[in-house]
Design a protein around this ligand. Structure first.
Ligand code: SAM
Ligand code: SF4
Length: 484
């Protein structure tokens, strides 16, 4: 596998990617000046990582990535269909740029909307020449040849069951210090509201040896943080039956040079105590679990087909909270699922208080094609969904304000992610996944990717602020260079 550095030009909602490479660049690859592409990415980290594979493949085929639609010969959108708004955004973009077809530009729709809508996209946006689902990216090189030959209807939609999607030959990673590895694709859970089982196909895991080989290769290249990805990362089932998910976590955490390991997303039904024990026993596993609950009411969870009750969810929270080191907990919440009563919504609010989450991604329920929830009555009006979401956000803001105050005066290790020049502050991330904005003593600027100890001097609901310790002056201060 060849790993290149490049930049993904746009990543949308969910967990933001604060890192941006300052320039696009190619390493050791000859590019044809006429073969240029622009790629915009929507959606979750899985899509961001898929885009890294797309960029790697295109660059290996002699294409050069550019930062504007104007400069590009090929315009690609890697799409998200989890909610209607994300899907509509893509069609608006395509409509905006339709006239550019006359200049010879070609358009391609990749990812979940491509898989969901298939060839219908050619009817709705006739200037689109390529429609390709995420499981077909290993065929991109052949598809590009067809586009270059003038084919205006190229598709890659039939690979949803393949496990070959893991072994993409080229990956162009966005960040030179922190990288993603997909360990499981697809989903078999079929939650009543969710389109993922239809767009990403059935659940299939990658062998633990192959995951470890990629982790070792990344460590050799200087990466110190690895994030293991999957729609339900903890439903992982090693095809070679060597390691459980918890054992894989530990093994990745023990790869020499790896300093931080994260994993997302965990499904509560498959969340076992062994994951907490792995975190306790392996210092490199980050102190953070993202465990989406969706609702605080057991009746709604049942209607959502989530496969656990409120009490079972709280039992797992109990395991995490009783760990030997403090683990931060974040979640996803859907408000306004069909039939959600005011008292069921209240149960979501009491769950927020009871757990004391460190972060909540709240969403208004969005009806999606093919999903069982479409058949449910009692739709909640959009205005009421918006009200409930605002109430969740406000309640959670107060909780985070309180929780973040506990860090005042404490020394925390952060990985340096970049600098906010306007504010004269550096941006770092703690093991618990909190953003720490910090200042440094004059002339002591830390290198991006290095680890720095920061003393917390202030807190907000979504971030901390602090001052970096001068190396050698604080208790056990850390080196300011990337640790290998
Ligand atoms: N597999 C993960 C799980 O089961 O928790 C979630 C993956 S999904 C890509 C990310 C989040 O999008 C979900 O946790 C849910 O909160 C939200 N989501 C999914 N479908 C939705 C829908 N139809 N309307 C609103 N939010 C939705
Ligand atoms: Fe969607 Fe449910 Fe699968 Fe998560 S577990 S990806 S919410 S169907």
């Amino acid at each position: 596998m060849i790993v290149l550095d490049a930049k993904i030009l746009h990543s949308d909602h969910e967990i933001p990617q604060p890192w941006r490479m300052p320039a696009l660049y190619l390493m050791g690859m000859a590019s044809d000046a006429n073969k240029t592409f622009y790629l915009e990415t929507f959606g979750c980290q899985m899509n961001v990582h898929d885009s890294e594979k797309v960029v790697g493949t295109l660059v290996s085929e002699g294409y050069r990535q550019v930062s504007t639609v104007k400069e590009a010969g090929l315009i690609l959108y890697n799409t998200c269909s989890i909610r209607d708004k994300a899907e509509q955004k893509v069609f608006h973009r395509l409509a905006d740029y339709r006239k550019l077809q006359a200049q010879g530009k070609r358009f391609g729709v990749l990812g979940c909307v491509a898989q969901q809508e298939g060839e219908k996209i050619f009817e709705r946006a006739p200037h689109v020449a390529m429609v390709c689902g995420s499981a077909s990216y290993r065929n991109l090189a052949e598809m590009l040849v067809q586009i270059e030959a003038g084919n205006s209807r190229v598709t890659g939609l039939d690979d949803r069951q393949t496990d070959k999607c893991f072994e993409t030959e080229f990956t162009s990673r966005l960040n030179p210090h922190r990288g993603y590895i997909t360990i499981i694709e697809g989903c078999d859970k079929f939650c009543a509201y969710c389109v993922v089982p239809f767009t990403r196909g059935k659940e299939r895991s990658r062998t633990s040896e192959s995951v470890l080989a990629e982790a070792r290769q990344m460590a050799d290249l200087g990466y110190t943080e690895i994030q293991l990805l999957g729609q339900n990362v903890n439903s992982y089932a090693d095809p070679s039956e060597i390691r459980t998910f918890a054992e894989l976590l530990t093994a990745v955490g023990e790869v020499p040079g790896i300093k931080r390991v994260r994993f997302t997303t965990s499904h509560p039904r498959d969340f076992g105590r062994d994951i907490v024990e792995a975190i306790e026993g392996t210092p490199t596993l980050c102190d953070h679990v993202h465990l989406p609950v969706q609702s605080g009411a057991t009746r709604v969870l049942e209607a959502m087909q989530r496969l656990y009750t409120r009490d079972e969810y709280l039992e797992r929270i109990g395991w995490i909270k009783s760990a030997k080191r403090e683990i931060s907990i974040t979640t996803d919440m859907i408000v306004g699922f069909p039939g959600e009563t005011e008292s069921e919504f209240e149960q979501t609010l009491t769950l927020l208080d009871e757990v004391g989450f460190d972060g909540v991604f709240g969403f208004k329920y969005s009806p999606r094609p093919n999903t069982p929830a479409l058949r449910l009555n009692d739709a909640i009006p959009d205005g009421e969904k918006a009200r409930r979401l605002a109430v969740v956000n406000e309640r959670q803001r107060e909780i985070q304000q309180r929780r973040n105050q506990r860090w005042l005066g404490q020394r925390i290790e952060v990985m340096v992610e970049g600098k906010n020049d306007a504010r004269g502050q550096w941006i770092g991330r703690t093991s618990q996944n909190r953003v720490m904005n910090f200042t440094v003593p004059d002339g002591r600027d830390p290198a991006p990717g290095s680890y720095v100890t920061v003393v917390t001097t202030g807190s907000f609901p979504n971030s901390l602020i602090g001052q970096a310790e001068i190396p050698g002056e604080g208790e056990g201060s850390l080196s300011w260079t990337a640790r290998k």
